[in-house]
Design a binder for this molecule. Structure first.
Ligand code: FES
Length: 164
């Protein structure tokens, strides 16, 4: 239906009404889209995805006999001893600094407060309250060494070594 205003301008009245109708519908559309976006954010699981605790340390022949190799990215040592391969956490048990292997001294040392550990993780001196924990290590079907950083194993036990 077309209205005529007091001045007799038919087109102007219709287009103004049309304009406000579209403006109202547009506002409703924007409000609905905003509500949908907030609802989606609210309903989406708030999950923190962390990297796997299992590290592939590669083939055993990468580690010469009597070597201590630090993997800085994963914070573990791979140690090839006479008894076999084993893995230690490289994170100091005092306040969590990354330790370093000192081949000239044959020890693992923490640069933060001076804790020192033997090659098997046993504490020699310093404020660290515990030895460096041993981590579960095994060979997968491809012959790679895998280390589970989330699983401690008892030190110096037969099952704590991998023999190739
Ligand atoms: S963090 Fe290693 S000695 Fe303090």
């Amino acid at each position: 239906m077309i209205d005529e205003d007091k001045t007799g301008n038919v087109e102007d009245t219709v287009s103004r009404r049309h304009f406000f109708a579209k403006l109202g519908l547009g506002s409703l559309g924007i409000a609905a889209a905003g509500t949908a976006a907030f609802a989606y954010q609210f309903l989406e699981p708030n999950v923190l995805y962390e990297p796997s605790p299992v590290v592939n340390a590669g083939k055993p022949d990468r580690y010469p006999l009597d070597s201590v190799t630090l993997d800085v990215n994963s914070g573990i040592y791979i140690i090839h001893s006479q008894e076999g391969y084993f893995s230690l956490s490289a994170v100091c048990t005092h306040l969590g600094c990354l330790t370093a292997w000192k081949p000239e001294l044959g020890i693992i040392a923490c640069p933060c407060h001076g804790s020192r550990f033997k090659q098997d993780g046993e504490k020699i001196e310093g404020p660290a309250p515990r030895p460096l924990p041993w981590k579960r290590i095994w060979l997968n079907d491809d012959g790679d060494l895998l280390v589970d950083r989330s699983t401690d194993v008892p030190p110096l036990q037969r099952d704590s070594f991998v023999r190739v």
